[in-house]
Design a protein around this ligand. Structure first.
Ligand SMILES: [Zn+2]
Length: 810
């Protein structure tokens, strides 16, 4: 194997590095990103719960229905969006208001903002404001009054030039020491290309990026008319920073797809049944190159018990569930609550076939006196072989029931009979000339979230491109001859079917973990299920991390325990295959491209460990290749601001799959957030499929290059003046993404030595300030495990790099 150090090497990082990483400042999640669809959750369907308001989508057929909604007097937020299917309004409503809207015939969509979000943010705020302010004070104190070039009070973090559509854009991020207290914008001066004067390309201003009262850095993007080579910022105190502009996602001059390369194989959205059928057809057509693997765990099935809730007031409601599954006879059961129309009647139940009749008890004047609790007891004793009854959501059931006409129990599932109601197998297609585990493995998986319909198409389009181009495209042949590719187009088929046929906004699987005293009844059916992307084992809710819920009706319900769900155990099984080194978790939407860490713990936002500088560099380097391939389709640029660790660019997501793959299995695990919405119109869905399939194929090329990487990294030591007498500043540069381990005490460097770290979030390598004359010993090692100069870092080798921290003579 060509990567002897991975993943064990990562796990062997010295503990102090991990602890230091945990205290690194995190970018706070802004309210705007907290309302992206990933954060959205179905309504907490428990009307007994608190009465604080949430922001909830109301899905309307058109403007007439919108007018009717307005006429109810409901509190509407400013968001009213016209969609292909009508109008989506956003209402700020309590749970009981939500119930009233539903009863009035309105269809509610996602909850965009919940009271807990606000409370959590307030709690976060207290902790983080103090932490970040003290860091800013230290930075300001350390740089006050100093004039050496290493302590300019302004530092340019990134300067990225890119094109998007027909526009040319320059994006700049810079940190200014006074940014916490002073509100100034910063002016960026541009040149107009190589050899031109700074300022000749015009200027742009960048503004403070402040989150929860804490200054993080200045940032901003502006359109430009030519590509600048250098930019300069002069801070309000007169300090200066200059940086070279790098090109973000340059459009490649040559198409990586050779002549005759075939693509564009999907022509419509595909249900999970159709996705599985597609990969079976492909494997049958290319038996030498592919096979379908049934994963070890079947789902719990697209099936439910038949149910009804009789009555309207909570204390007098009676909830009824069939014992049989709906499709296995439960749907044939009916219940009626009959007023006998006579005085002093006894409560009783009669069963005729599957018709259950409850004769309600009355008093001497003929008024019904049976309470919900009494009717529940009578049903369970008189019809307990067909059904179970219970009071509504933990109510004592002391309200007198109202007579109810015959009501058919139903599982309310609308998919055609061709969709199996049994526990469902989950399939992956395995592609490669040698499918024996001897080749580097790549895993792509989609539809953990049921309503995300484009990502599965990206996965099957990619599979088909690989197979149909093998015979005549040399680069594709290289991929299939040298990689072991696993593509699982739908991890959550039950939820996927439910999303297609019953409830478009379904995010989770279909398993009802709600207790009978909770939302297990018929009215809770659209809120059940486990968020499969919160049920994994690393940095989970159960470990105390943020961004998942213990509520069975939450959109981010983490389940009763880690890996409680068959969908999740299947992915764990896939990831545990020892040859898998790369993975892509395909989601939508937002055009994000992300990696670990994906979670932090409140209240102090303790992050899961950040990747080493070398791994971070590798993530960025490979990402730029993948995003460039995506951009090639229609010049859609995933922006620098949407690229990076999940918890930096989006929000904490405790127990997500990417973190499990990275931290538990050492897999380079990325996450796509494809496109702009869950179920865009087909023209857009098709374009997104084509562009992200470009990116997924490029991931295969990254894996192939990694697998064949035998090139050793080289490194250089740079020594610069320090503003502190007797000290010098030391930095390392490497020829490719590589880790540097170093000692400052003359000892041989090993993997236990200090790992050279990053200067801060989204910044490059740190500056070490050491006494002039210090002996520096080090070596570098790349992501594929190639060590500089073939040094053996096990304590026996001697040809490590050696240098003295002395200033070069000029
Ligand atoms: Zn998702």
């Amino acid at each position: 194997m060509s990567y002897p150090l991975s993943p064990r090497w990562r796990r062997r990082l010295p503990v102090p590095t991990v602890l230091a990483a945990a205290t690194v400042v995190l970018l706070l999640v802004s309210p705007a990103s907290a309302t992206t669809p990933q954060a959205a959750a179905p309504a907490e369907a428990d009307p007994i719960a608190g009465q604080q308001a949430s922001v909830v989508e109301v899905l309307l057929d058109g403007t007439a229905e919108l007018d009717a909604l307005v006429a109810t007097g409901v509190d509407l937020d400013h968001g009213v969006e016209r969609t292909e299917n009508g109008v989506v309004a956003r209402a700020v409503i309590t749970p009981s208001e939500a119930d009233r809207l539903t009863a009035a015939g309105f269809t509610l969509g996602n909850v965009l903002y919940r009271p807990e979000d606000a409370r959590a943010r307030v709690a976060e705020r207290e902790a983080t404001i103090a932490e970040h302010r003290s860091e800013n004070r230290e930075f300001a104190a350390a740089t006050a009054g100093k004039t050496a070039s290493d302590v300019s009070d302004v530092k340019i973090i990134r300067a990225d030039y890119y094109t998007s559509g027909t526009s040319q854009i320059l994006s700049v991020e810079a940190k200014w020491a006074q940014g916490q207290t002073a509100t100034n914008t910063l002016t960026v001066e541009r040149d107009s290309g190589p050899g031109t004067a700074i300022g000749s390309g015009g200027t742009q201003t960048i503004s403070r990026f402040v989150d929860a009262g804490v200054y993080l850095y200045h940032r901003g993007a502006a359109t430009v008319t030519s590509r600048p080579e250098y930019v300069r910022i002069t801070s309000p105190t007169g300090d200066v920073a200059v940086a070279k502009v790098s090109e973000w996602l340059p459009t490649p001059g040559t198409n990586p797809e050779g002549p005759g390369y075939e693509k564009d194989f999907v022509t419509s959205y595909l249900t999970p049944t159709e996705l599985y059928s597609r990969i079976h057809q492909l494997a049958a057509e290319f038996p030498d190159l592919a096979e379908v693997v049934e994963l070890p765990y079947k789902t719990n099935g697209y099936r439910r018990h038949a149910q009804a809730v009789l009555g309207t007031a909570n204390a007098s409601r009676v909830a009824v569930d069939s014992l049989a599954w709906g499709h296995e006879g439960g749907n044939d059961i009916s219940v009626e609550l009959v007023d006998p129309g006579a005085g002093n009647a006894a409560l009783g139940v009669t069963v005729t076939g599957k018709q259950v009749r409850v004769n309600l008890g009355t008093n001497g004047s003929g008024a019904v006196t049976s309470t919900a609790a009494q009717v529940v007891a009578a049903l369970n004793s008189g019809a307990g072989t067909l059904l179970r009854a219970y009071t509504y959501r933990g109510s004592a059931g002391d309200g007198v029931v109202a007579p109810a006409p015959r009501t058919q129990l139903t599982d309310d599932l609308s998919a055609p009979a061709s969709v199996s109601r049994d526990p469902h197998p989950v399939y992956a297609i395995r592609i490669g000339k040698h499918r024996d585990g001897s080749k580097t493995g790549v895993l792509a998986y989609a539809q953990e979230h049921a309503r995300e319909w484009v990502p599965p198409l990206v996965s099957v389009e990619t599979a088909e491109r690989l197979l149909r181009n093998y015979a005549h495209d040399g680069r594709t042949k290289q991929l299939l001859n040298n990689l072991d590719i696993w593509i699982a187009p739908s991890i959550n088929p039950d939820g996927g079917h439910y999303s297609f046929y019953d409830f478009n906004s379904q995010r989770k699987n279909m398993t009802n973990h709600c207790p009978l005293t909770g939302a297990a009844d018929f009215l809770g059916r659209d809120s059940w299920g486990v968020d499969n992307n919160r049920n994994y084992t690393e940095y989970s809710l159960f470990d105390g991390y943020s961004g998942a819920s213990s509520s069975c009706t939450s959109g981010t319900y983490a389940g009763p325990s880690e890996l409680s769900e068959p969908e999740n155990r299947n992915l764990d099984w896939l990831a545990s295959r020892p040859n898998i080194k790369f993975s892509m978790n395909l989601h939508s939407s937002g055009n994000y491209f992300m990696w670990s860490p994906g979670a932090y713990a409140l209240p102090d936002r303790t992050s899961a460990p950040r990747p080493s500088l070398a791994d971070e560099s590798f993530f960025w380097g490979a990402s730029s290749r993948i995003l460039t391939a995506i951009k090639q389709h229609r010049n859609m640029a995933v922006t620098p601001a949407r690229t990076g660790p999940i918890s930096d660019v989006l929000y904490s997501a405790a127990g997500n799959s990417g973190d499990m793959l990275w931290y538990k299995y050492g897999i380079y695990a990325w996450n796509f957030e494809v496109g702009t919405s869950f179920q865009p119109d087909w023209e857009e869905a098709h374009a997104e499929t084509m562009e992200f399939a470009n990116g997924l194929v490029e991931l295969m090329r990254v894996a192939r290059d990694f697998e064949s990487d035998k090139k050793r990294p080289t490194s250089t030591l740079t020594v610069a003046p320090s503003s502190t007498a007797g000290m010098v500043n030391v930095t390392f540069d490497v020829s490719e993404p590589a880790a540097v381990f170093y000692t400052l005490d003359g000892a041989k460097p090993t993997y236990e030595s200090t790992l050279y770290g990053s200067a801060g979030i989204r910044e490059g390598g740190e500056t070490l300030t050491v006494p002039a004359g210090t002996q520096v010993n080090w070596f570098s090692v790349d992501a594929a495990g190639n060590v500089e100069k073939n040094y053996r870092p096990d304590g026996k080798g001697n040809n490590y790099r050696k240098g003295r921290a002395v200033l070069p003579t000029s």
